[in-house]
Design a protein around this ligand. Structure first.
Ligand SMILES: [Zn+2]
Length: 258
């Protein structure tokens, strides 16, 4: 996998978020803490699925690029990344402790902003794990707007979160947590409007975002964030039947075997 982790010095250039010319940080799209946890449990390897240009790779690198000034980096790390990471870990801990219940407390506004912030960073990152997956400038602009909208990020953006499982039992819950699907986008045609759909995985959960948001009829189904509600109902989502996984599993299985 191509990676951007060269040697060299941190460049002084416009921050991708605020535009100020500053010494840029090594910014991760997917919080490095996810990778560190996985590396500890899996002797330094995560199954990082980079779709499109390359096949899935087993990697010990999380992928970063010089994106943000120090203030923006700290803002996203402190206000969104740490919180988001904690939410997904807590949800997994709750499932391990209590079994599957489906209902989870959540701050829907903050979760929408967290999801958009990961997807936006992936969209502007040149790290090999993310390059080329979200290229549309309208979508990039929308992700940035959602990330920075403290009041109503779900106004025209929908997010659904569901737990991944394997109906064939080859991937255990902990194996699924080690599979990281980089944010990828496609255009879903149909109905009166085309919409962008972006999928990624976090800690064994599938996160699917859409802009413009899915119509209300869709949003009544499981896993959708509702700006008016402080909880979501999630459901198990079969990795064998959920795009884009069926196409990728063969490669992943081969790597797990090797
Ligand atoms: Zn900045």
């Amino acid at each position: 996998m191509k990676n951007f982790q060269g040697k060299g010095q941190r460049p002084t250039a416009p921050c991708k978020r605020c535009g100020a010319v500053a010494l840029l940080c090594r910014s991760h799209a997917i919080n490095d803490a996810f990778f560190k946890g996985i590396f500890r449990e899996n002797s330094g390897k995560a199954h990082h699925l980079a779709i499109g240009a390359e096949k899935p790779v087993t990697t010990s690198e999380s992928g970063w690029d010089y994106l943000l000034c120090e203030a923006c980096e700290a803002h996203l790390n402190n206000n969104l990344d740490r919180w988001g990471h904690r939410w997904f870990k807590d949800a997994q801990d709750k499932i391990a402790r209590d079994g599957w219940r489906g209902k989870f407390e959540i701050d829907p506004t903050r979760m929408a902003r967290y999801v958009a912030s990961v997807m936006w960073r992936a969209s502007v990152s040149k790290a090999g794990a993310y390059e080329g997956f979200i290229t549309n400038p309208t979508l990039r602009g929308q992700l940035k707007a959602v990330m920075d909208d403290q009041e109503s990020p779900l106004e025209d953006f929908s997010v659904a979160i569901n737990l991944l499982y394997d109906s064939e039992g080859q991937f255990s819950a902990s194996a699924l947590r080690r599979i990281i699907l980089s944010p990828i986008s496609w255009i879903k045609r149909g109905g009166q409007i085309d919409r962008f759909v972006i999928s990624m995985t976090v800690e064994g959960f599938l996160v699917v975002a859409s802009y413009p948001k899915f119509p209300w009829r869709n949003r009544l189904s499981s896993g959708f964030l509702n700006a008016q509600k402080s909880y979501i109902f999630m459901r198990p989502s079969d990795i064998r039947k959920t795009a884009p996984f069926p196409d990728l599993l063969e490669d992943v299985m081969r790597q797990l075997a090797g």
